[in-house]
Design a protein around this ligand. Structure first.
Ligand SMILES: [Zn+2]
Length: 920
């Protein structure tokens, strides 16, 4: 058997993925079982402009683990990939490219510009699909979708028309969030509310026909030019006599009334507030209530309009602010200016301060949709959030407070709104222009220039990708999807909207479960971001440690916020090497053997426990057992551990406990399989003597390895496939029956479910007793600095007969693994005074007589020196902790590190003390 000494991840990553993809293993059609259960995931579509970041790598790993696990378990599995057209980001990307050529999008015109975006997509978009292949993501590329594909665009138009016809989509003149930089309206979710320290200006408005002045407080004095009233709370006695009075609005020739409105907070400012319906959302509502005029004084470029007055028209809004304040001061109408902290609304993309403007937009009334989603939660508990707390509450309380959704955007890249206008201003909403013409009875139509919010098409993703509105087979089979794996920051933007649209158009939930991932932070606990340049590129990590090690690290993150720690990836790289080396050992000793699953059918019923075997017929009872001559304890033990591991991993994955699954597999492979099983079976496996015993031992070792590779495959697809293909005896018969027709590949092998009947508590506890014994002796060897080549005597006293028999049955292996000259097992321990001792499970004791093994005095001196050194180090660390400036200024993890080290030292020192006493 020829197998390289070193694992080369790149080699495996290169050729297996291509082979899997070409063979069609990712498509659900590979499953030929007509009764197979179905498992579906739709990918959160990355932006077409995007490239892989840690957040994607995390989500993709978790989705791939689930998909591979279900596929191997015989499910008809679909993980559907695709990309989002990402309206504004993509438009900006292409606009910037044009700028380098000295052109603007207006130079090209809409049609040419959109063509240019498609061209950009063909040439440079979708980098991420290449990177996803590197990740090992087993998505069905034959069903890849793009939100601007014609079938998906058709779904968008269909939904728009139906909601319009039901009166849920409407066009209206409303106050909206406007970004003067991006020149588009934004939804509330695209606006960041940020704390800002600014000023609160107290402006006085003269009362008509009186010497009195009414003072209002505002953070935006320039908007006073658009005031159409001043409002007070009706219960505010300070102003009762002014209700109905008229004010002379300074800097203008307009007169405005004093009105009463419950909305006014008497505690804010002076209790009298200026009302600017055209430039503030709350004032807008108040204006509607009181039928106030809307005077627009700021335009879409955040410049003052003609209605602001001749001396202000054309000024930038901040210049206008200074001028208003200056003129109020000159008129003696500026009462005071105070510092003031408030929340300011900024565009989440370009950070420009939002200008609330009245504009004609398309809106979606959310009442019915919201009730559908809340109903699903109340009656069917759908979706099931994992973790349930806090996300279920976050989701429902957001729904409860939902407002109308502004769905139009002033962009060119996106789904153009399917509404056409006649020359006389009538509007016709239709699926196609032809349909609109028919409805309008004229060909003279102009389509609405706006496009839909990108999230409109994303909301339809779970069914538009499956062919809706056509009643396709895919839709019947794969809707709803099983689970959505997503980040917490798009629960509102995306998760809730998919649930609402799914409920409305498919009559049921879009997905059963929502798994909300944790966030990967940088090593200082900060969010990774492009602007902070603190992101870690997953592709670099793949290059350095291999995809499998990275995936294992990411899978372990699960739903917990986690600081990125390269050491962790490194340790999983070492784990990959461990797997490689273990497999290499098995393969180098595989002559005459092959994987044979019948050798693993060794449960409690198959043979009595070691103690029983010993009682009836002494050890080594050849024959009589279907499983061949070797029915040693360690064989039954590894089979029990294997089954238990499979059961635990299955349970963990079903509950989305990825961390537990990784830990279980890691310890099974490293501790149980490598550290113990390989060691315990080494003699039988490596013997020069060919024969039935060697063949069975080798075959069973290979079979356990083969099962372990299956268990690991969803997490580490590359190394497991690479090794599995090398195992003698694997082939078509290893595949899950649903894939029996396929070429051999681990990704279609049956995932071990584990059989509780093969979990043998007694065998496990007996083996654990032997493991404890061997570990204790090894500890003593290292504690006492006994040379590795030195053969030592081992004395064991086991008053419990059953346990004594267990030790006796394994006496040769114990001797071999601790390099003992001889192992004496008796009922009562009788050992010389100068012995190293340890207490074992079940009341047993152990001693290693030290006379002649070590120089007592020399050893005592060595131990004392170590003790002194540790004490000095501890004193130094303690002093550091006493220093308040260290504790306050050092990073929290550094302080914790010092505390842990002190703890370790204290444990080690008491160990040393114990050892020294043994040497008295
Ligand atoms: Zn902006």
């Amino acid at each position: 058997m020829d197998i390289p000494k070193q694992y080369d991840p790149k080699q495996a990553e290169l050729h297996h993925y291509e082979r899997w993809e070409k063979a069609g293993y990712f498509a659900p059609e590979i499953n030929k079982d007509p009764g197979a259960p179905v498992f579906t995931i739709v990918i959160p579509p990355p932006n077409v402009t995007g490239s892989l970041h840690m957040g994607h790598a995390l989500q993709h790993t978790l989705m791939d683990v689930l998909t591979r696990y279900k596929r191997m378990s015989g499910f008809r599995t679909l993980w559907l990939p695709g990309m989002d057209h990402a309206g504004i980001s993509t438009q900006l990307m292409v606009t910037r490219a044009l700028k380098k050529e000295g052109k603007s999008r207006h130079d090209l015109g809409r049609e040419k510009f959109v063509e240019r975006v498609w061209q950009w997509k063909a040439e440079s978009g979708g980098q991420i699909t290449v990177q996803m292949r590197r990740e090992g993501a087993s998505v069905d590329w034959s069903r890849e979708k793009f939100t601007m594909d014609e079938p998906l665009s058709r779904a968008v138009r269909e939904v728009f028309v139906r909601l319009y016809e039901e009166g849920m989509i409407y066009r209206g003149n409303r106050i909206v969030n406007w970004c003067p930089q991006d020149q588009t309206v934004l939804s509330d979710l695209e606006v960041d509310k940020l704390p800002q320290s600014g000023k609160l200006y107290y402006l006085q408005y003269p009362v008509k026909g009186s010497e009195r002045r009414l003072t209002v407080a505002t953070t935006r004095p320039e908007t006073m030019l658009g005031d159409t009233a001043v409002a007070v709370n009706p219960s505010d006695e300070r102003y009762t006599d002014l209700l109905g009075a008229t004010l002379l609005l300074p800097l203008t020739d307009r007169q405005i009334p004093v009105i009463a409105d419950e909305f006014v907070d008497p505690e804010f400012g002076t209790g009298a507030v200026k009302v600017t319906p055209a430039h503030d959302p709350n004032d807008y509502e108040m204006g509607v209530r009181h039928n106030l005029a809307q005077v627009v004084v700021i335009d879409q470029f955040a410049k003052m309009t003609a209605d602001a007055g001749e001396s202000f028209a054309g000024l930038d809004r901040y210049k206008a602010r200074d001028k208003v304040v200056e003129e109020f001061e000159q008129l003696g109408l500026l009462e005071k200016v105070v510092d003031y902290e408030f929340a300011i609304s900024k565009c989440e993309r370009c950070k420009t301060v939002i200008e609330p403007l009245i504009s004609t937009q398309w809106f979606m009334n959310m009442e019915q949709l919201r009730d559908l989603a809340l109903d699903l939660m109340a009656k069917k508990q759908k979706p099931q959030f994992v973790p349930e707390v806090p996300y279920e509450r976050v989701y429902t309380s957001w729904l409860e407070n939902l407002r109308d959704w502004t769905i139009s955007r002033q962009l060119w890249w996106g789904h153009q709104i399917p509404a056409w206008y006649t020359n006389d201003g009538r509007v016709f909403v239709a699926r196609t222009e032809a349909e609109a013409r028919e409805k309008a009875g004229t060909d003279e139509l102009t389509q609405d220039p706006d496009v839909l919010d990108t999230w409109f098409s994303s909301a339809l993703w779970p069914f538009s990708t499956l062919g809706w509105p056509n009643e396709t087979d895919d839709l019947k089979v794969f809707y709803p999807s099983s689970v959505l794996v997503t980040a917490r920051d798009i629960i509102f933007l995306w998760v809730s909207r998919m649930m609402m649209m799914g409920a409305k158009f498919m009559g049921r939930e879009a997905f059963a479960d929502v798994f909300v991932t944790g966030t990967i932070l940088d090593s200082h606990g900060q969010r990774m971001s492009k602007t902070k340049l603190n992101g870690v590129d997953p592709l670099d990590v793949f290059d350095k440690f291999g995809v499998d090690a990275t995936r294992l690290t990411l899978a372990q993150v699960g739903s917990t916020d986690t600081r990125w720690n390269e050491k962790q990836v490194e340790s999983y790289r070492n784990f990959a090497n461990k797997i490689w080396n273990a497999a290499r050992f098995c393969l180098l000793n595989s002559e005459g053997a092959s994987v044979d699953s019948t050798l693993l059918l060794l449960g409690p019923q198959a043979s009595p426990p070691a103690s029983e075997v010993l009682k009836s017929s002494k050890v080594d009872s050849a024959g009589g057992d279907a499983c061949g001559p070797s029915t040693a304890l360690h064989d039954r033990w590894i089979i029990s551990r294997l089954n238990r591991t499979a059961i635990d991993v299955g349970a963990a994955l079903s509950a989305y406990q990825f961390h537990e699954a990784v830990q279980t597999l890691y310890h099974f492979f490293w501790d149980d399989f490598c550290d113990w099983y390989i060691e315990l079976s080494k003699n039988d496996v490596t013997t020069e003597e060919p024969g039935e015993q060697r063949k069975v031992a080798r075959s069973r070792l290979l079979s356990v390895l083969e099962q372990a590779l299956r268990l690991l495959h969803p997490f580490m697809p590359y190394i497991t496939e690479e090794l599995w293909m090398l195992l003698p005896g694997v082939g078509k018969s290893s595949l899950h029956p649903a894939y029996a027709h396929a070429e051999p590949t681990l990704m279609l092998a049956a995932y071990p479910a584990g059989n509780p009947a093969f979990v043998d508590e007694q065998v496990e506890s007996e083996m654990q007793a032997i493991i404890d014994l061997i570990s204790r002796v090894r500890n003593i060897r290292s504690e006492m600095n006994i040379k590795p080549s030195e053969r030592i005597p081992v004395l064991v006293g086991a008053p419990d007969e059953r346990l004594r028999n267990v030790y006796l049955a394994a006496v040769d292996q114990i001797g071999r693994l601790v390099r003992a000259a001889d192992v004496t097992i008796t009922e009562r321990l009788e050992a010389p005074r100068a012995s190293a001792r340890a207490v074992l499970t079940g009341g047993s004791e152990l001693a290693v007589p030290l006379e002649g093994l070590i120089d007592f005095e020399q050893e005592r001196q060595r131990l004392l020196r170590e003790q002194d050194k540790l004490k000095a180090e501890a004193a130094k660390l303690e002093a550091q902790l006493q220093n308040p400036s260290f504790v306050e200024r050092a990073p929290a993890d550094r302080v914790a590190e010092v505390r842990n080290r002190i703890e370790d030292i204290s444990q080690r020192t008491s160990q040393l003390q114990q050892t020294l006493e043994n040497l008295q």
